[in-house]
Design a protein around this ligand. Structure first.
Ligand code: SF4
Ligand code: SF4
Length: 253
């Protein structure tokens, strides 16, 4: 079986959350409002093994374990476009856009053999999957997998850092564990949103003050953009809390 796909640069997928590698998150601290999104995957889910390798696991009862995906994320409301989306729907940072955008529509959070469904455009997306588009996937293999492999490599390279960060929070923050269990019990799945700054203590090469100086104006801007917006109260609260935390942190320096 083979699948065809070509991006027509319509920009329709450049809205809402954008999962990032840690490297891309730090590189874009002056552009994206960052968060850590924790998503539990139940045993038996197709993504369980990959998630466990790239994130961490949590035993919730005897013989019952969750794999937890830990995704540094540009935490942007689904109705908002990416701040790098240009007026002509092109990407204004095309030459250095995040690995996630380069590897689209493939995803490193699924096994290579499980990518087929990702080649079906979502409603409204203008991806070309006609006979004139190139074959990109054949017999459960990606034909030119350089971008996919690059992103998957980044996720594996950062796995040890994320696991240390996540396991510490799991051991010390019962509210995080409770949130994960609650999310795992939701019929359609759920997630937990945590501040990005907590992971910085695990990244010795990152200067926390420099990071905050870049990230604070972004959080402030998004707090302003979402103030009073219907349905965006949680986002607004998150941005405002992060901005306050970073202001305090910078004041101490
Ligand atoms: S960085 Fe560029 S390609 Fe990626 S979501 Fe933003 S506008 Fe789209
Ligand atoms: S929706 Fe499809 S065609 Fe449009 S930018 Fe995204 S991948 Fe490209």
């Amino acid at each position: 079986m083979e699948r065809r796909f070509q991006c027509t640069a319509c920009g329709k997928c450049c809205y809402g959350w954008l999962p990032l590698s840690l490297h891309d998150a730090i590189e874009n601290a002056g552009r994206f409002p960052l968060a850590m999104i924790w998503t539990p995957h139940r045993q038996g889910a197709k993504s369980f093994q990959v998630t466990a390798r790239q994130g961490t696991t949590l035993e919730i009862s005897k013989g019952k374990t969750l794999a937890v995906q830990i995704a540094p994320t540009a935490y942007i409301p689904h109705t908002f476009s990416c701040p790098a989306l240009a007026a002509d729907n092109g990407c204004s940072i095309h030459s250095h856009k995040p690995s996630r955008c380069r590897a689209m529509p493939f995803s490193p959070t699924r096994e290579e053999a499980e990518q087929s469904a990702l080649l079906v455009p979502k409603p409204g997306w203008l991806c070309d999957i006609s006979e004139s588009a190139p074959v990109v996937y054949r017999d459960k293999k990606i034909i030119n997998g350089d971008d996919f492999e690059r992103e998957r490599g980044q996720l594996m390279d950062q796995a040890a850092v994320l696991k240390t960060y996540a396991d510490h929070l799991i051991a010390t923050a019962p509210n995080v564990v409770a949130g994960l269990i609650q999310a795992a019990n939701k019929k359609r799945g759920g997630y937990v949103v945590l501040k990005f700054t907590a992971v910085l203590t695990r990244m010795a090469h990152v200067d926390v003050a420099d990071f905050c100086r870049l990230q604070l104006p972004v959080m402030t801007e998004y707090a302003e953009k979402t103030a009073g917006e219907k349905g965006l109260a949680d986002y607004h609260e998150y941005y405002a809390e992060c901005a306050a935390t970073m202001e305090k942190l910078l004041a101490r320096r």
